[in-house]
Write a new protein. Structure first.
Length: 256
């Protein structure tokens, strides 16, 4: 089954509105040659930068994402952002359950699941992050951890809903550390994730779900990673913050 490549830039807490606008103004020209049917190119700025970036990418092949979403429609949830607020700005993708949210902000599989359901109900494409810590990998618990995150985070989704979800596999030990999983290690884990999705939702759904790799992915390793059978793109932190490096990464990924 051929799955369309999806490369998403996770800007994390970087870029003011002015800086974000400048970044995508430069990026637009650099990726204009990437055909829309070959790859989805997504940028996920911080909330306060989304509007300016959304304006700047109008008419381009770059799509807009957010880094989180609350499950309630509105109400007393200080510091949170609702689906309608994101929709108004032209957001199409939402990163959910990033390991930094799990580690520093108390995100659990249960809250991930609520956010995923809210995102789907609003018509967004959720990018659901899973990944093990270094000690999990070293003690042979990677598969157990991933299974629990998938089972909890995707609980109660219908097949039709699951077909719209993107999974991002991000080994926590590889995020921002310069340590990338080797293509072989990443592929082995992506394969495990796909088998789990096949078990949960049936092969016809599992085989179609796009699974991104994330964790120190850059222009230099993008081709080899995306060349793997079960790696369908990337969720990019550091290398997405500079237009030239993000563009190079996208072009190299498409050679994989
Ligand atoms: P990194 O971050 O590319 O800087 O390692 C990836 C991520 O956390 O999404």
């Amino acid at each position: 089954m051929s799955r369309k490549v999806i490369i998403a830039g996770n800007w994390k807490m970087n870029k003011t509105a002015a800086e974000g606008k400048a970044l995508v103004e430069a990026l637009k020209g650099l990726v204009a040659d990437v055909p829309a049917d070959k790859a989805d190119i997504v940028v996920c700025p911080p909330f306060t930068t989304i509007a300016a970036v959304g304006e700047a990418i109008k008419g381009s092949n770059i799509k807009l994402g957010a880094q989180n979403i609350h499950w309630a429609a509105n109400g007393a949830f200080t510091g949170e952002i609702s689906a309608d607020m994101l929709k108004e700005l032209g957001v199409e993708y939402v990163i959910i359950g990033h390991s930094e949210r799990r580690q520093y902000f108390g995100e659990t599989d249960e809250t991930v699941n609520k956010r995923v359901k809210a995102a789907l109900a609003a018509g967004f494409t959720p990018i659901v992050c899973v990944g093990e810590m270094l000690e999990d990998r070293e003690s042979g618990k990677t598969e157990k951890v991933l299974f629990t995150q998938l089972e909890g985070g995707l609980a109660g989704l219908s097949k039709e809903e699951m077909a719209k979800v993107v999974i991002a596999y991000e080994p926590v030990w590889a995020i921002g550390t310069g340590k990338t999983a080797t293509p072989e290690v990443a592929e082995e884990t992506h394969n495990f994730i796909r088998m789990t999705l096949n078990d949960m939702f049936g092969r016809e759904i599992g085989e179609g779900v796009r699974i991104q790799y994330g964790g120190s992915m850059k222009a230099e390793n993008a081709k080899e990673l995306v060349a793997q059978r079960n790696i369908d793109g990337g969720l990019i932190g550091g290398a997405a913050l500079v237009a030239e490096s993000f563009s190079k990464l996208i072009h190299n990924a498409l050679l994989g």
